[in-house]
Every structure is written in C-alpha cells, then in structure tokens.
Design a binder for this molecule. Structure first.
Ligand code: ADE
Length: 250
C-alpha cells in the first residue's frame, strides 16, 4: 500500500512513522509512507495555507489552492482513496479500517482550523472521516489513528496475523481478559481454566468473558452483531449472573 499524508505539520509524523508497527510496516516494504507539506504548495511568499472565512466568523479555513496542488501531485487517477479527517465526518470504525486495508493507495488529508474550503470536495472525490465525537486541535492526530488501525490489518505487517484476528472489535465485540506469568501475584491467581490446557474450555471462557465485557461496557455493539446460538446461550448466563434476568425455575 502507498500512503500519502497531506499536512501543514510534517514534523508531527517523524517519530510516529518511525516507531512500532508503522515503522515495521515501512521496513518490511508492505507500506510506503510519504508525508507531503502543504506549505510547499502555497503560492505567496509567506507560504500561507489558511485564511479568514468569507462571511465572517472566528477561526481560519484551510485554503483550496495549496490543497488542490498537493492533491494533484499525489493523485494518480487509478484506485486511490482520499480521506479527509474532520470532526464532521463519518465515524471511523474497525469495518472501515478493514476496507481501507485492502486499498493500494490511501491519501490522508489532515484537516485543520475551522475547516477546509468546501470547494476541494467538488474537485476531488473524498470521504470525510471522524475518529470520535470530540474536537481535536488538528487532523494529524486523527490521521495517525486511522493509519495505525489500517496498517496493522495488512497481512504480513503484524508478526502473527492472529493477533489482529483476536483483537477487540475484530468480531464486533470487545476482547477477553489476558494474563501472563506469574500464575499468582500478591495472592491473585490466574483463572484456573487458562492453566487447564483444555482448548475448548478456554475458547468458551474467553468468549463468555468477551461477551460479558461487551454487554457491560458497549451493549450497542451487541445490537449490531449477528449472534450465534452459543453467543445467545452465553449472554443469557451472563444476564442471569448479573441478576438481570430471573434464575431458571427448573
Ligand atoms: N479534527 C478535529 N477533530 C477531529 C475528529 N474528531 N476526527 C477527525 N478529525 C478531526
């Protein structure tokens, strides 16, 4: 995959792109990342990329011209997808991350200030994406969130692809609790079942714990998920143990 990041703060990306999974993705050749400085496409001597909004009002607006020229320099008119980070966009999700991870070319525009001159959306097809219902001081943070979530799903980037498959959200629910050595710490023991070596019991325990965490923290996810008979049975047990439905009379 090729990723172009269009920003007025290119230095922001130096360390994150050179650490952890993003660095590994670059080093193993699975992802080529290119940071484009929007100021390089400014036409005045001050290298301006923003201006006051027509009609008045507080804040500054990212100008259409530098953005247009920067996009022209990276768009190949093949199968790229252009994402504009914005608090007003569609909410980013694991499903979006999965879709984006199959692309050949992703272009991320880091939105800024009070917004971006709306005309850029008529000149290029793009999707506005928000990483959550809060306002960030810049689209750079959002772009990194999107980039990390996408890149880790590209086969071969994570050492063991299984660790993406068992992530929270991969199956539309939260993850199960994890433990590692020692088996006992300050009197706190690891759940017996995890030491049993019984794979089927471990699978069921993990699934139940994952469903329980989802039920308690993010019940909205369960409304969206297609539940198997096993999921439904486990959820009933969870609701009973939480005292939310009556115990069996039999
Ligand atoms: N820019 C400012 N806030 C944002 C958000 N929540 N998501 C994406 N881009 C943003």
């Amino acid at each position: 995959m090729k990723v172009d990041i269009l920003t007025i703060f290119p230095d922001f990306f130096s360390s994150p792109l050179d650490s952890s999974i993003l660095k590994r993705a670059k080093d193993c050749g699975k992802v080529k990342m290119n940071v484009v400085n929007l100021r390089d496409f400014a036409s005045d001597k001050h290298k301006s990329t923003d201006d006051t909004p027509f009609g008045g009002g507080a804040g500054m607006v990212l100008m259409v011209e530098p953005l247009y020229k920067a996009l022209e320099s990276v768009v190949e008119k093949k199968d790229e997808k252009i994402i504009m980070t914005s608090a007003f966009g569609k909410r980013f999700s694991q499903d979006m991350a999965k879709k984006f991870s199959t692309l050949k070319h992703l272009i991320l525009i880091c939105g800024h200030y009070k917004g971006v001159d709306e005309r850029i959306k008529e000149l290029f097809t793009m999707e506005e994406v928000s990483v959550g219902d809060y306002v960030l001081s810049g689209g750079e943070f959002a772009s990194l969130v999107i980039l990390d979530a996408v890149v880790r799903l590209i086969p071969g980037v994570l050492g063991n692809f299984d660790s993406a498959i068992t992530d929270s959200f991969y199956e539309g629910i939260l993850g199960y609790p994890q433990y590692t050595r020692p088996a006992e710490f300050m009197g706190l023991k690891v759940p017996e079942v995890l030491l049993s070596g019984n794979h089927e019991k471990i699978r069921l325990w993990r699934k139940k714990e994952a469903l329980k965490k989802t039920f308690l923290n993010r019940p909205d996810l369960l409304d969206k998920k297609e539940l198997s008979d096993e999921d439904k049975k486990l959820l009933q047990e969870i609701q009973k143990s939480e005292g939310l439905i009556e115990k069996d009379v039999s």
